[in-house]
Ligand binder design. Structure first.
Ligand SMILES: [Fe+2]
Length: 322
């Protein structure tokens, strides 16, 4: 048996009765059809969407144009409790929605959402509103398959490591527009949060082991900067191997939901000055636990600015009008 067979999706993992589930690659991603997302979905359907998320890590729904921001929030509540970002203002007229807008920057490096928080999101729900004619795809990587492919020696090393994640993330090497600079500055200054996570967490629903890294990584605990960076590169390279990755070409009305505990993702910045707009809701996760049973630990939590009265729309930050 080749290594690929270990995590193959060829055999159905679950007999879906209420939704159609079609895998997109051998290891990650499935398209779900036969569902119009809304708060009115039957519990049986919601349960199967949840099961597909655990099986395939990211699921895609086409043609969900009927879902407005408040409808997306109401649907999201069927899967969990919304978690607002601590340093990115929500979109005007919503309670939990982030306006992802190409005029405000592009998340074009590999990450797991908001890993500087101890209870970082379990699921992210992203609805495309405006897609470029071509380009602006998103890619996701399966961090469980990445762990499973490690040699026994590297698994042992990974399970012994803990890493600090921070929102004070270095954007310095990229030119930014005025709107981008405003949002990035707030992102890294409104709060200063650091959390130490195990490099290998045990997934609370599947029991699978999964690697926790991505661009909010700062340093491995107990190691110097150079050794930290070398080991980061080693494990990160295993995560983003082509065999672990799925790529989605967006059309307006597409919705992606991913298990943020078992994936990393990034957007592809290849669409020049075209618009790319999406609405995002994240759902609160639980505190990760390592293979040794030790939970993640918050080590810094400084609030410099209350962003609750701020809103962000069309790439601009403004004060809420009540
Ligand atoms: Fe993201």
């Amino acid at each position: 048996m080749s290594q690929l067979d270990i995590t193959s999706q060829k055999k159905p993992k679950y007999d879906y009765q209420h939704i159609q589930v079609k895998p997109v690659t051998g290891r990650i991603g499935a398209e779900i059809s036969g569902v119009a997302l809304s708060a009115a979905l039957d519990q049986d359907v919601v349960n199967e969407i949840n099961q597909a998320l655990l099986d395939y890590k990211v699921v895609f729904f086409r043609g969900q144009q009927h879902l407005d921001d408040l409808g997306q929030e109401a649907f999201a509540r069927l899967l969990g409790e919304p978690l607002n970002h601590p340093s990115v203002p929500i979109k005007g007229g919503t309670k939990h929605t982030l306006a992802i807008d190409s005029r405000d920057g592009r998340a074009s490096s590999w990450h797991t959402d908001i890993t500087f928080l101890p209870n970082y999101p379990k699921y992210t729900i992203l609805k495309n509103v405006v897609a470029p004619d071509v380009g602006g795809d998103t890619v996701w990587a399966n961090t469980t398959a990445a762990y499973e492919d490690l040699t026994p020696e590297l698994k042992t090393l990974a399970e012994s490591l803990r890493a600090v994640h921070t929102n004070v993330y270095d954007y310095a090497n990229k030119a930014a527009s005025a709107a981008e600079s405003e949002g990035r500055k707030l992102f890294t200054t409104a709060v200063e949060i650091e959390t130490e996570h195990p490099l290998v967490r045990v997934h609370p629903e599947t029991g699978e082991k999964t690697l926790v890294l991505g661009h909010f990584f700062k340093q491995f605990s107990g190691l110097n900067n150079e050794d930290s960076r070398l080991l980061f590169t080693l494990f990160q390279n295993h995560i983003v191997r082509w065999e672990n990755v799925v790529r989605w070409r967006w059309a307006a009305g597409d919705v992606a939901i991913w298990d943020n505990r078992a994936t990393q993702h990034r957007a592809i910045d290849d669409y020049g000055s075209e618009l790319r707009i999406a609405s995002r809701v994240t759902l609160e996760g639980d505190i990760p636990v390592g293979v040794d049973g030790r939970p993640s630990k918050i080590i810094k939590n400084v609030v410099n600015q209350d962003i609750s009265e701020l809103r962000k729309d069309e790439g601009r930050i403004y004060k809420k009008v009540s």
